[in-house]
Design a protein around this ligand. Structure first.
Ligand code: NAP
Length: 312
């Protein structure tokens, strides 16, 4: 058993985790952050971030995360680039296993985020930021006057499809069936949009790129006739849902049906002393700035909780 019991361990290193690190470090709690295998989180796979306040000319996602980490380290936050294998929150101090080592903590902040689901096609990663995106709010602006596609048939696809018509000349909505699962009102809004065409019963089976690796088209399979055709497009937005990164919790914290952590009183999870921040508990906003704000809330909640339960 380790002798040291950390005040707080933060799991995750996106805007939520790193903002929680800044705040807990400035509160002299000497936080330990496990950054995971994708340090910086989802922002490190986007290119330019133009909607994070404070950067008039925008900033590259990885650079923004680097700045946040340095800011946290300046106040004594410790960062480990490893993945948390499992935790045990059945009693305090809480146990956190990382690569065979056990760490103990009075409190935890879970900020492991969510991952946008992609189609799982060959070369998919190569097209990220080169015509392929899973975030219309982040990247829509780059598709002004272009002809693009949105994949999916849920509320996200309806919302993103409609939103993208503010920029794009035309949006083709690609759906694998002949009916949407989205709510009626969202469907109606999309279907009434003159810039949207729905491609029913179609799936993308291949991305096509030019010699510079920029997406220029897709291969579309008709799920009814089985026919395939190569179709030009200047962008593809995949909107087939997100998966919260909660698998390592092994069901110890209450979640909704999709696996997102349930929180009450802002950032408290179902276990006293365990807090959650960012996309791992957010099915609605999923923005860097909201995750950062939520990380701040979790840090303040931890500080107060430690005062009441440990240091008081
Ligand atoms: P979702 O409801 O799970 O819909 C996912 C869609 O993607 C489905 O239409 C599904 O097709 C399709 N899909 C899944 N895997 C696919 C694949 N491999 N290839 C092609 N298509 C695939 O996800 P969501 O739209 O992200 O919504 C998630 C939750 O957030 C929902 O509860 C939704 O109501 C909510 N939400 C609400 C709002 C709002 O109210 N403003 C906005 C966004 C999201 P099938 O239909 O054939 O299964």
């Amino acid at each position: 058993m380790p002798e040291v019991v950390e005040n707080t361990i933060i799991i995750g290193s996106g805007p939520a985790g790193l903002t929680a690190a800044i705040y807990t470090a400035r509160a002299n709690l000497n936080p330990l952050v496990f950054e995971g295998l994708q340090p910086g989180g989802q922002l490190t796979i986007t290119t330019e971030v133009e909607n994070y306040p404070g950067f008039v000319d925008g900033i590259q996602g990885p650079e923004l995360m680097d700045i946040m980490r340095k800011q946290a380290e300046r106040f004594g936050s410790r960062h480990v680039y490893e993945f948390v294998d499992k935790i045990d929150v059945s009693e305090r101090p809480f146990k956190v296993w990382v690569g065979g080592n056990l760490h103990l903590a009075h409190s935890l902040i879970i900020a492991t985020g969510a991952s946008a689901r992609y189609l799982g096609l060959e070369d998919e990663e190569k097209f990220h930021g080169r015509g392929l995106s899973a975030c219309a709010t982040c990247d829509g602006f780059f598709f002004r006057d272009k002809e693009i596609m949105v994949v999916g048939g849920g509320d996200s696809a309806m919302e993103e499809g409609n939103f993208l018509t503010r920029f794009a000349k035309k949006v083709s909505l690609v759906h694998r069936r002949d009916a949407f699962r989205a709510s009626k009102i969202m469907q109606d809004r999309l279907l009434a949009n003159p810039k949207v065409e729905v491609l029913w019963n179609k799936t993308i089976t291949k991305y096509i790129g030019d010699k510079d690796g920029q997406l220029t088209g897709v291969r579309l399979l008709d799920t009814v006739t089985g026919e395939e055709a190569d179709v030009p497009t200047e962008g593809v937005f995949v909107a087939i849902g997100h998966t919260p990164n909660t698998g390592f919790l092994a069901g110890q914290l209450a979640t909704d049906d999709s696996g997102y952590l349930l929180v009450t009183e802002h950032t408290r999870t179902s276990v006293d002393g365990v807090f959650a921040a960012g996309d791992v508990a957010d099915t609605r906003y999923r923005q860097a700035v909201t995750a950062a704000g939520n990380g701040c809330q979790a840090a303040i909640d931890v500080e107060k909780w430690l005062e009441e339960h440990v240091h008081g």
